[in-house]
Design a protein around this ligand. Sequence first.
Ligand code: HEC
Ligand code: HEC
Ligand code: HEC
Ligand code: HEC
Ligand code: HEC
Length: 394
Amino acid sequence: MILLKAVLTVIAFLFCMCACGDQKGATQAIPDMQLEFTPGQLTGAEVCGTCHIDIFSVWQSSRHARSVSNPIFQEAMEDAVILSGEKARRFCLRCHAPAVTVAEDYDLEDPIVQEGIGCDFCHSLTGTVLEEPQNPFVLQVGSVKFGPVQDAESNAHDVGYSEFHTSSLHCAGCHQYTNTHGVEILSTYSEWKTYQASGGDKSCQECHMPLVLASVVDPKVKRVEGSFVNLHKMPGGHSRDQLTKSLRLRIIELKKSEEGVYVKVQLKNSGAGHAVPTGSPSRKVVLSLQAATSGQAEPIRAQRVYQRLVLDSEGQPILKDSRLIIDGVKVASDNRIGPGEERIEEFLLPVSGDGNYTIRATLTYLYSPHNRPETETRIDFFSEERKLLAHWKR
Ligand code: HEC
Ligand code: HEC
Ligand code: HEC
Ligand code: HEC
Ligand code: HEC
């Protein structure tokens, strides 16, 4: 009894500490640990974070938590509004600030909308209807938080076991989109279906939310057996560690001839459950080759770019996110590396002379949203170097 009292005191203290923010949808002083929910309103991530401390701090560092505040997105959305009118704002925010579908606040004034893709949106989501691309989310907003833990029990809120949360369909409402011209602008989910059809057995969560050592809830609130949680950072193309898992590259043949150095490279998508790159057609992966010799000042270079090229109604390529998703009418080409695919690339580098050569092949992830270097993401994530010595010639 005394112990219980002590626990309650700690909890009350915890809430006083954290009750400073003005959160919509939850009351602040909760002596009996019961959260109160305002019907039809989502609860802010900070409230969830008072107990789910570890998950909250990792989520805060995720791109989902910055999907609205991300300045690259903001600039693209303003461009889209100029090009396509106010309806573009509603459209972009549906995925980048999905709480708008509940709060109806398209001016981004409500903190719940500013927080991007928050806890309560994902844990109130109970289904995805891809046949309705304009409104794919099935939400059950209220006291029940849905998740993957079968025997979860909480005094703070009701819990609902949800197998849906362990399935890739949970992610598909935002990571798959066919626009009004019938073009699949975001196709990560359908690429994943191809991967699954050819024997791939991992879900989005298994690759992007691996189990890590942490506490599901603050042990002061409840001691839960086993100390693993799903990583809520969800690293992707902006993470070198994640990129390194995607493609394997090998120089499998090197030959010197009259015309130069012949290089054969093998590429394999062995680690991504979708094409590489995936997501918006503005993402690119570049394979660069370079042949250098000690005597020669400038190395000889060549490159190949993997991307999906989308055209507008005038047949012009669209390069910016602000137009891609609305104005894309046709996919002109797509040479990305599909899931499980192996690709052979051949190069002839016109080097001259009889010296020793150093051949280097590098893979780079490139996202250059506004054609300005300061907004560019450029990550070298794999490289192999081989020497071609002069005496190998004959
Ligand atoms: C006062 C503490 C507290 C607060 C605040 C809180 N939770 Fe929980 N939550 C718990 C406890 C305790 C559990 C049970 C853990 C267990 O038994 O494994 C839990 C479990 C969960 C689960 C797992 C359910 C399942 O069946 O898989 C989810 C999801 C969840 N909470 C989401 C949220 C969200 C979203 C918020 C904010 C709206 C939130 N929680 C706020 C204490 C809290
Ligand atoms: C983009 C959607 C998304 C967001 C945002 C999100 N979660 Fe989750 N969460 C999930 C999914 C999916 C799982 C289940 C993963 C699995 O089991 O494969 C999960 C699992 C959980 C669990 C169960 C324990 C575990 O790790 O499996 C809790 C508790 C939880 N989330 C709380 C939170 C809290 C608190 C936040 C905000 C700080 C949050 N989630 C944000 C999708 C999300
Ligand atoms: C409500 C919409 C929504 C849902 C649901 C959602 N995402 Fe996202 N996701 C986004 C948006 C928007 C971004 C881009 C944010 C940015 O970079 O500004 C994103 C970015 C990502 C990234 C890229 C990170 C990087 O480094 O580039 C990954 C990986 C990702 N999401 C995985 C998932 C997984 C896995 C799930 C399901 C468990 C999921 N998402 C569910 C909207 C969503
Ligand atoms: C077998 C593991 C695996 C599976 C399954 C998987 N991914 Fe990925 N994902 C990766 C790797 C590795 C990368 C990094 C390479 C890249 O950017 O393509 C990545 C990158 C991403 C990106 C980054 C895009 C960018 O350029 O910023 C997003 C978004 C993403 N995945 C979403 C998903 C979604 C949604 C699913 C499920 C439909 C999924 N992934 C399934 C391994 C996986
Ligand atoms: C159907 C959901 C959806 C809609 C609608 C949507 N986006 Fe996105 N957006 C995403 C997802 C998912 C990502 C992250 C991964 C990727 O590349 O697929 C993303 C990524 C982005 C990025 C890249 C952020 C970065 O720094 O990497 C920009 C910019 C962007 N979106 C702009 C927009 C604009 C502008 C609109 C409205 C015209 C819009 N988006 C509409 C889902 C959506």
